[in-house]
Design a protein around this ligand. Structure first.
Ligand code: NAD
Length: 492
């Protein structure tokens, strides 16, 4: 049974919880055993339109947008404290629904709180500028909220990736309609329930659960939709970009990745191996910014691979709620099959499974979607396992002989989200970091981000960015005002 109250999760529209016009609910499964652990309302296109109407009315009629930004900030701080005071319940709910170990869910919820706090502090700093112009004129810009912003989230960090864009949108004075992934809708609903208590006017934060193709599209196509933030797969991203283009809607796309980790021979190999273990086996590898392609200097390949293999073999698998578990199940059976299919394909193309590559062999885990941490070596660079995002705990390995080859191999991918490199040499670090075709680079660290640093992909990994102070720009528009304060009738 789910935490945070009853096990039925409704739509949250205008501060009210309701099942939606269909009155239909969909079971939500625990990926550790594929048994239903709750059920969530399945919204219709009419529900989506209703949510947009309510959000639009709240935007126009409540004082949220027009009010002093400091008041919005206070409400967001209260929202942060309410989540923090229920952090353990949120973390358990996330783990039960998504599968990740409780330790990771606790980290996600702490990140949610920190994101809300960060943008609470930014809410009274949505500033324009004054621009010098000739004559007796004053020119200044205002930053205005957009209206109703639509946010479509994936299942791998359900609440964290929702709040990552919802927090700056609210701080900038917009009203929000959020659609969580249909596999993992629960924490978003639990979050929206807190809006009233935090002091947000009804209708400013709404959550609609249901199918992406039906509800997600209806939200984007609604005439009241003022911007779209989508985090998810490239295929759906393309489709959403087409829908948004029809109405010239501002769009942020946070899509997939195939992150390279370049390890030079002078690196701290112990730290690098641990970071790579986290970077590909954390969240069972279901991370857009996973460190999924190890590119290691040929002189240290064998001993380094041994270290990473040791980490993979030592990870404790199990249900995310169990004590000491280090890797949980994949989110669904489909995802499990997808991951195993990549391993099969790699094998058929001459790849060699260094470790893993199968379902977990512990009979106690057989009902869940558990796959062993996997390392694939000698996979041809053209094969699917190297080119495509697997979104599971699967690391591919290749080697390089000099810096040119390392950079070429790292950049040989359609994606460009996060790249990592390991070296003790400052010149190598800075020069390679600049040459990597990637929205983010970490040097001598595991994948790491903060609410105050931009999160962005290039190439097929996305358009626009999230996080950081400038995220406020994404959710506000600039209006230029020119005032002639002169009294002379001559044209100045
Ligand atoms: P997905 O694209 O299947 O779904 C994402 C969301 O889009 C869900 O809420 C889904 O219901 C909705 N959706 C599906 N079809 C839609 C449609 N036609 N119109 C509108 N909405 C629709 O992605 P997923 O499987 O939930 O997540 C995994 C993907 O997300 C991976 O590719 C991963 O790399 C990516 N991701 C990217 C980032 C990032 O910040 N770059 C972060 C996390 C995940």
């Amino acid at each position: 049974m789910a935490a945070l109250g009853e096990n039925r999760f409704e739509l949250v529209i205008g501060g009210e919880e309701a099942p939606g016009t269909r009155g239909e609910h969909r079971p939500v499964l625990d990926p550790a055993n594929n048994r239903p652990m709750a059920e969530a309302a399945v919204a219709s296109r009419e529900d989506a339109a209703h949510a947009m109407e309510v959000a639009d009315k709240a935007f126009r009629e409540s004082n949220w947008a027009a009010d002093d930004g400091a008041r919005r900030g206070k409400a967001l701080y209260r929202l942060a404290s309410l989540v923090e005071s229920r952090a353990e319940s949120f973390a358990r709910l996330e783990t039960l629904n998504m599968g990740k170990p409780l330790r990771e869910s606790r980290g996600d919820i702490a990140y949610v709180v920190r994101t809300l706090e960060y943008f609470a502090g930014a809410a009274d700093k949505v500033e324009g500028e004054t621009i010098p112009v000739p004559g007796p004129r004053i020119d200044y810009t205002l930053r205005e909220p957009l209206g109703v912003t639509v946010h479509i989230a994936p299942w791998n960090y359900p609440l964290l990736l929702s709040v990552r864009s919802v927090a700056p949108a609210l701080a900038a004075g917009n009203s929000v309609v959020l659609k969580p992934a249909s596999l993992t809708p629960l924490t978003a609903v639990a979050f929206a329930r807190l809006a009233k208590e935090a002091g947000l006017p009804d209708g400013i934060l709404n959550v609609v659960t249901g199918s992406g193709a039906e509800v997600g599209e209806a939200l984007i196509e609604d005439r009241r939709c003022a911007s779209v933030t989508f985090t998810g797969s490239g295929d759906v991203g393309h489709h959403i970009a087409e829908l948004a283009a029809r109405r010239f809607l501002p769009l942020t796309l946070e899509l997939g990745g195939k992150g390279p980790v370049v390890v030079f021979a002078d690196a701290d190999l112990e730290r690098a191996a641990k970071a790579i273990g986290y970077g590909i086996f954390g969240n069972a590898g279901q991370m857009c910014w996973a460190a999924s392609r190890l590119i290691v200097h040929e002189s240290i390949r064998a001993p380094f691979l041994e270290k990473v293999r040791g980490i993979a073999e030592g990870l404790k698998l199990g249900p995310g709620t169990a004590e000491g578990v280090e890797m949980g199940p994949l989110v669904s059976r489909d995802q499990l099959e997808r991951v195993l299919d990549y391993v099969r394909d790699a094998r058929e193309n001459g790849g060699h499974v260094v470790v893993g590559g199968t379902k977990a062999d512990d009979p106690a885990l057989s009902d869940g979607n558990f796959v062993r941490p996997t390392i694939l070596a000698d996979v041809p660079p053209t094969s699917r396992a190297v080119r495509e995002e697997i979104f599971g705990p699967v690391l591919t390995v290749s080697s390089f002989s000099d810096m040119e080859e390392a950079v070429r191999t790292a950049n040989d991918t359609p994606y460009g989200l996060l790249a990592a490199l390991w070296t003790r040499d400052l010149a190598t670090a800075h020069s390679v970091a600049r040459r990597l075709e990637s929205g983010m680079v970490v040097v001598n660290d595991s994948p790491t981000t903060y609410p105050q640093t931009p999160f962005a992909g290039v190439k097929s990994s996305g358009v626009g960015f999230e996080q950081g102070f400038r995220a406020l720009d994404t959710f506000s528009r600039r209006k230029n005002i020119l005032v002639n304060v002169g009294t002379s009738r001559k044209k100045g």
